[in-house]
Structures are given as structure tokens and as C-alpha cells.
Design a protein around this ligand. Structure first.
Ligand code: GUN
Ligand code: ZN
Length: 439
């Protein structure tokens, strides 16, 4: 390898995925190097493999950062989060619709103020990085300023992020309401300014079918058709009262999913949060259109919405990944999200193998977002967003890890006991980026 001043080399245990490991029995689904080397040049992965063979290819002068009691994995991907809800996390209430009215709408009303939006965007992004999340699909609010603020902070931190302005022209407070025309105009302006700028992408973001008129959903569908590479991001089939309301509002639609389908909002890069209460026709239609689901276990438990059915999703070939859904979600951490996903599976007599949980939080998330050619693994050429997980983060984690006999057991310990203390460092494009709390 030629001498290159921007080469960085990290040595430690490494894990990344090549495909879905399913029940964990497919050894070809991942690569694990107990003593591995990650070679990075100009912010991209150049090589990943056993230290014993790779070290010999490097000039002696290249410094090697050694990570002890650690596991290096690609950065986590959160496939659905609301940055403006950072400050309402943990707001107790009733179920979805009351919780939205009581806690979410009042908090979101403040995001017309660019200074407030910038402040919360910083807090949210710091929190994501402290928890090891390097890419997320993010809701703004109805205000254009909210998305401007989020993208500006994400660009400052050189992050790969997806965000969009909420479209919401009915059934919400006056101060949070746009119109079919203004929503379309603002989305278009944001998309033209930010989509594909640096590492940023735009998502057309109708909040959910209840808060958009048919005219607004139709405009969203037209915008999506005009820009085939932008994302579509919304909510679907989360809660029984919500579903009954959608049926009243759109009596002509066969199902909740069919509302979005009628307006041209199902396709590749269309991601719907929750997808709990679907029928066979819905699941088939999601798969045939390439539409994906964000599985939000902590949120679904917190709001009592229901249990996402992993086995049925898998049987249909539904593409899904993990998401926090903060502020209904109770943690920014993907480790805690994996633990909740495991519990949601258990409650249905299903099994989420720890390798699969880590897959869903890394390459699975990247694949859901169509970004697996850029992030989500240590394949050469990928962007070097990665984490150093601390196997001795707490006395209990250290003690329990010491007795773990397999990689799967070690991962299970991390996802059961881990939180932001287990994220020793977060690297963005090869540079350290974790925001440390003042000690
Ligand atoms: N459905 C519509 N809006 C929201 C939201 O902000 N959070 C959740 N969990 N579901 C929603
Ligand atoms: Zn949500």
C-alpha cells in the first residue's frame, strides 16, 4: 500500500455484515475478526481483515490505533426518528392520538423559530452520535426552518442524514398547519436546496394520512414522481383508533396502506414507520412496490400500540429495519432498541438472534434506505462511519462479557446491558465525533 498521509488504521475486534444473518446459522452472512484491522484513507474504508495478514501490507510508519476490550462495528442507522420530539421523550399519556395532541403538537409549534430549531437539532444530533447512530431518517416539523436547521447542523458534522418537512394541512392546531400549495412549495424549495448536497437527502414527509387532505397527498405523490430518488417518509398502521379514523376519512380506500397507494406514495425509498396492523394484501403490496417498514419497538411498547410481527414480515419478504421513533420511543440508543425488539419478538414466541439485531441496526438499516453502497458495512469503498463498542463499559458488562463463550453471546450482553456508556467512540468519515458529556 502506498504511503498516504491521510491513512488511519484501527486494530481490534471487528464485526460487519454482508447479508441478513437470519437465525444466525449462516456463517457467510458476516465477517468477524477477533484481531482485525480497519484501514481508512480519506474517510473511506480501504481494507478490513485479519491484522496478521493486513499489517504486512502497510508501511511501518503508519500509526495504528489499538482498541482493547472493544468491538468495532459500522455506525448505527436509525430508520425513523423525530428530532423535534427530543424534548418530549418520556411524556406519559394515553395512546397515540391523545399523546400527539397533549405533548407533540405543543412542542412542535416552537420550531418556526430558527434559533430554537438549531438548538434542538444540535442536542438531537449530539445525542444520536453519543449513542452510535451515524445516519437517520428524520422527521422535521411543518416549518421550513426546522429542516433548514437540521440539515445545517448535520452538514457541519459531515453526517449522512435524511430529513423532510412535515406536510400537515388538517386535523392539527392552526399554528402547525400548512396548505396543499404551501406544503408543496416549501418541500420543493427544501428539496432543491438540500437533496444530494454533501451527504444529505430529502424525504417527502406527510405526517400520516389523518393530517393531510387528499389534495395534499396528491401533491406529495406528484412531487415524488418528479423526483424519483427522494425519499417518502410517513406513518402507517400504528394504532387501532388511528386506523379506524383513517377508514372514516378515506372510505373509498381498501386499507390504510391503500390510501398511500392511491396517491402514488409506495415505492423504493418509501419508508413507513410502525406497520403493525397490516393484512396479507397490504404486506404483498409493500413488497411488490419496494416499500419498507421502520420497526419501532420502544415506541410501540411505550404507546401500547402493538407488536410488530417479525416472522410474518419475513415470510412475505418485507424489508424492515430498526428505529427509535423518539419521542414516542424511549431511547436514542440502538442498543436499547435492539433489546426492545428482542422482547417484542419474545412476546410473540418469535426469536430475534443477536447477530440479526446488529444486522438490522447496521447493514439492514442501510439497505432499507438504499444506502448500502455507501454505509452500513466495512466493505472497501464505504464511508468510514463506525463505532468502538466498549466491552468493559460497566463493571457488569465487563464481568458478563468475560464469561461469554461466543460472539452471539457477547452481542446479546451488549444489547441487553448496553447504553451510551457502551459507545466508546463514534467515527464519522474516519474522524472521532462522539460528543462527550461534561465530566
Ligand atoms: N403518527 C403521526 N404522527 C406521529 C408521531 O409524531 N409519532 C408517532 N409515534 N406516530 C405518529
Ligand atoms: Zn414517528
Amino acid at each position: 500500500m502506498s504511503r498516504n498521509l491521510s491513512v488511519a488504521v484501527h486494530r481490534g475486534a471487528l464485526l460487519h455484515f454482508l447479508r441478513d444473518p437470519g437465525d444466525g446459522s449462516d456463517p457467510g452472512a458476516y465477517e468477524y475478526f477477533a484481531d482485525g484491522l480497519l484501514v481508512i484513507a480519506s474517510g473511506r474504508i480501504v481494507a478490513c481483515g485479519p491484522a496478521s495478514s493486513l499489517l504486512a501490507t502497510l508501511p511501518d510508519s503508519v500509526p495504528v490505533t489499538v482498541h482493547r476490550d472493544a468491538l468495532l462495528v459500522p455506525g448505527f442507522v436509525d430508520s425513523h426518528v423525530h428530532y423535534p420530539q427530543t424534548e418530549v421523550i418520556g411524556s406519559s399519556g394515553r395512546q397515540l392520538l391523545d399523546w400527539l395532541a397533549d405533548h407533540v403538537f405543543p412542542a412542535e409549534a416552537r420550531f418556526g423559530d430558527p434559533a430554537h430549531a438549531r438548538d434542538v437539532a444540535r442536542v438531537c444530533i449530539d445525542e444520536l452520535l453519543r449513542n452510535g447512530t451515524t445516519t437517520a431518517l428524520v422527521f422535521g416539523t411543518v416549518h421550513r426552518a426546522s429542516v433548514e436547521a437540521f440539515f445545517a447542523v448535520a452538514a457541519e458534522r459531515r453526517l449522512r442524514m435524511i430529513c423532510g418537512k412535515v406536510l400537515m394541512d388538517r386535523h392539527c392546531p392552526e399554528t402547525l398547519r400548512d396548505s396543499a400549495e404551501s406544503g408543496d412549495h416549501d418541500s420543493r424549495a427544501l428539496l432543491e436546496r438540500w437533496h444530494r448536497r454533501e451527504r444529505l437527502h430529502y424525504a417527502i414527509t406527510p405526517r400520516f394520512a389523518a393530517t393531510s387532505s387528499a389534495a395534499q397527498l396528491a401533491a406529495a405523490g406528484r412531487l415524488a414522481a418528479e423526483f424519483p430518488d427522494v425519499y417518502i417518509h410517513s406513518h402507517l398502521a400504528e394504532n387501532h383508533a388511528e386506523i379506524a379514523w383513517i377508514a372514516e376519512l378515506f372510505p373509498e380506500a381498501r386499507s390504510y396502506l391503500d390510501v398511500y397507494d392511491r396517491f402514488g406514495l409506495l415505492r423504493e425509498r418509501a419508508i413507513y414507520a410502525h406497520c403493525i396492523h397490516l393484512d396479507e394484501t397490504d404486506r404483498r403490496r409493500m413488497v411488490s412496490t419496494g416499500t419498507g417498514a421502520a420497526f419501532c419497538p420502544t415506541s410501540n411498547l411505550f404507546l401500547g400500540s402493538g407488536l410488530f410481527n417479525l416472522d410474518v414480515g419475513d415470510a412475505f419478504g418485507l424489508r424492515y429495519a430498526l428505529a427509535t421513533d423518539v419521542g414516542a420511543g424511549t431511547s436514542f440508543g440502538m442498543l436499547q432498541t435492539m433489546a426492545a425488539a428482542y422482547q417484542v419478538a419474545q412476546l410473540q414466541q418469535q426469536r430475534l438472534h443477536p447477530l440479526r439485531a446488529f444486522y438490522l441496526a447496521t447493514l439492514g438499516g442501510a439497505r432499507l434506505l438504499g444506502l448500502d453502497d455507501r454505509i452500513g458495512s466495512f466493505r472497501s469503498g464505504r464511508e468510514a462511519d463506525f463505532l468502538v463498542l466498549d466491552l468493559a463499559a460497566t463493571p457488569l458488562i465487563a464481568r458478563r462479557t468475560a464469561s461469554a463463550r461466543t460472539l452471539a453471546e457477547q452481542l446479546m450482553v451488549l444489547m441487553t446491558l448496553g447504553d451510551d456508556r457502551a459507545i466508546r467512540e463514534t467515527f464519522i468519515l474516519g474522524e472521532p465525533a462522539k460528543t462527550r458529556l461534561p465530566s
